[in-house]
Design a protein around this ligand. Sequence first.
Ligand code: NDP
Length: 246
Amino acid sequence: MTSLVFITGASSGIGQALALRYYREGARLALVARRTAEVERWAAEQQLDPARFAVYGADVADLDAMARTGRDCIERQGVPDVVIANAGISIGMDTTEFSDLAVMQRTFATNNVGLAATFHPFVAAMNARRSGTLVGIASVAAIRGLPGHGAYCASKSAVVAYCESLRGECRPHGVRVVTLLPGYIDTPLTRGNRYSMPFLMPVERFADEAVRAIQAQVSYRVIPWQMGVLAKVLRLLPNALYDRLL
Ligand code: NDP
């Protein structure tokens, strides 16, 4: 049984669904977000036992705050068994507009620097203990670029490559790295998107499949399955044909 799960982005969508799924399996939770009041409100609504979770307020892009959060978690709750770097943002950008470079900077600070800063405080302790799983949440947007989403697609591609590098480094120490590529999941992130998203997957169903993939310690999984097929097609599609489809 998984005993302690550390999750960033626990104030919304996928983070909350994963937290609840693990809680129902008996795990203790370390929940991270900037909006801690929202996490506390949700935990009360779900009637979570206060002895089984702790809430940490931090911006994942703030390296000092994340180092402090990691130390606090180890002191209060111990070294996690599973660390899920889930916090992320998706802001549309016009890649040709220089004014949108700020979007690029913010996106990479959160989705990439934030992911590394989430894992960093725990890697040495997990390696020494010779167990643990680090989970990176990428996206099917990692596979092919989409107009208007240059920053997001690039950041999620970088999540895949970063996790792959880390996987090779951690494997000799008995620590696993799992990369998940969600398709379109029904959360505030997709609901707030300026494009309408057909076929949104219920977030609870995503959480079930994600936890199964993490427990199976797969290296890489596209969820949902239908998007997996789409992802394979997209990856195999010749560049010239993809260019014509856009
Ligand atoms: P939501 O917008 O519902 O939630 C995002 C979460 O990330 C919030 O809890 C927010 O907390 C947290 N967060 C954002 N920025 C920061 C920051 N700087 N520091 C700390 N926490 C932050 O999104 P989802 O649940 O949909 O997405 C979760 C992850 O899944 C993201 O990485 C997203 O890219 C990825 N994903 C989502 C898909 C979907 O269809 N929904 C598809 C593919 C991938 P707070 O504001 O309180 O800090």
